[in-house]
Design a protein around this ligand. Structure first.
Ligand code: CA
Length: 223
C-alpha cells in the first residue's frame, strides 16, 4: 500500500520511511506543507503520516484543506511533545489519530496498521480471504495455515487486495499502490506478479476479472 509521509526533519523522515518500507509500504515523502498538500490532492494514498510543524504551510492547514475538499484518507498526525492543544486541534481538523514526538517507531507502525485496517472496515490484524490469512503484524501470509515466503512486492499486492477483500480492485489502482510514480510499470507488471503468486499460492488464490481488475475472496473458505 502507498503512504504519504510529510515530515521536514530529515532524520525523523529517513528513520520513519525505512521502518514503513520494511513493513511493506510504498512511501512518498513530502518535506514541506505545500508539497504534502499537492501530493494528497493528486495521488491516492492508503494513509498519510502528517507532521504538524511543517515549513511553507503548517500541517493543520494542509489537513483542513484536504477535509474541506472531501478527501477522506486516514491521517495520523505527529505533534510536539506535551502540546495538548495541537492534538485537540489536529483531531478537530479531521485527524484520525495522533502520536506525540518523540515516539517509538513500533508504536507508529501499530497505529498505521490499525488505521489502515479500520478505514477498510476490518477489525482483526489477521485478514482472512479464502485459504489465505494475512497477518499484518508479522507481514506474513499463510496458505491453509502454512507460512509462504513472499517478496515485498507480492506482500504489498496481497495486502492491497486483502484490505478490500471481496471487491474487484481496478488494475490502475493496483499499479499506483504498488509502484507509485514509476511510469515504467503497468498492467503487464501486475499480470506477471499475479502469475508468480498463483504458482506459490495455487491457481485460485487470486481472482482475475478480465479487463477490470483482481480480487481476493470475501471470506475464509469453509473448513
Ligand atoms: Ca517538523
Amino acid at each position: 500500500m502507498r503512504l504519504l509521509l510529510a515530515e521536514d526533519d530529515p532524520r525523523i523522515a529517513a528513520h520513519v520511511r525505512r521502518a514503513l518500507e520494511a513493513a511493506g509500504y510504498l512511501v512518498d515523502l513530502a518535506a514541506d506543507g505545500e508539497e504534502a498538500l499537492f501530493r494528497g490532492e493528486t495521488e491516492a494514498y492508503a494513509l498519510v503520516v502528517l507532521d504538524l510543524g511543517l515549513p511553507r504551510m503548517d500541517g493543520l492547514a494542509v489537513l483542513k484543506r484536504w477535509r474541506a475538499e472531501g478527501r477522506h484518507m486516514p491521517v495520523l498526525v505527529l505533534t510536539a511533545r506535551g502540546a495538548w492543544s495541537e492534538r485537540v486541534e489536529g483531531i478537530d481538523a479531521g485527524a484520525d489519530d495522533y502520536l506525540p514526538k518523540p515516539f517509538r517507531v513500533e508504536e507508529l507502525l501499530a497505529r498505521v496498521r490499525a488505521l489502515v485496517r479500520r478505514s477498510a472496515g476490518i477489525g482483526s490484524p489477521v485478514i482472512e480471504a479464502g485459504r489465505l490469512a494475512l497477518d499484518t503484524r508479522l507481514k506474513e501470509v499463510r496458505l491453509d495455515g502454512v507460512p509462504v515466503a513472499l517478496s515485498a512486492l507480492e506482500w504489498r499486492f496481497l495486502s492491497v487486495l486483502a484490505h478490500r477483500r471481496g471487491e474487484v480492485v481496478p488494475v490502475g489502482e493496483i499499479v499506483e499502490q504498488l509502484y507509485g510514480d514509476d511510469d515504467a510499470r503497468d498492467a503487464n507488471a501486475v499480470e506477471a506478479l499475479v502469475a508468480r503468486l498463483r504458482r506459490k499460492l495455487g491457481a485460485d488464490a487470486v481472482e482475475t476479472r478480465r479487463g477490470l481488475g483482481y480480487a481476493l475472496p470475501a471470506a475464509p473458505s469453509p473448513a
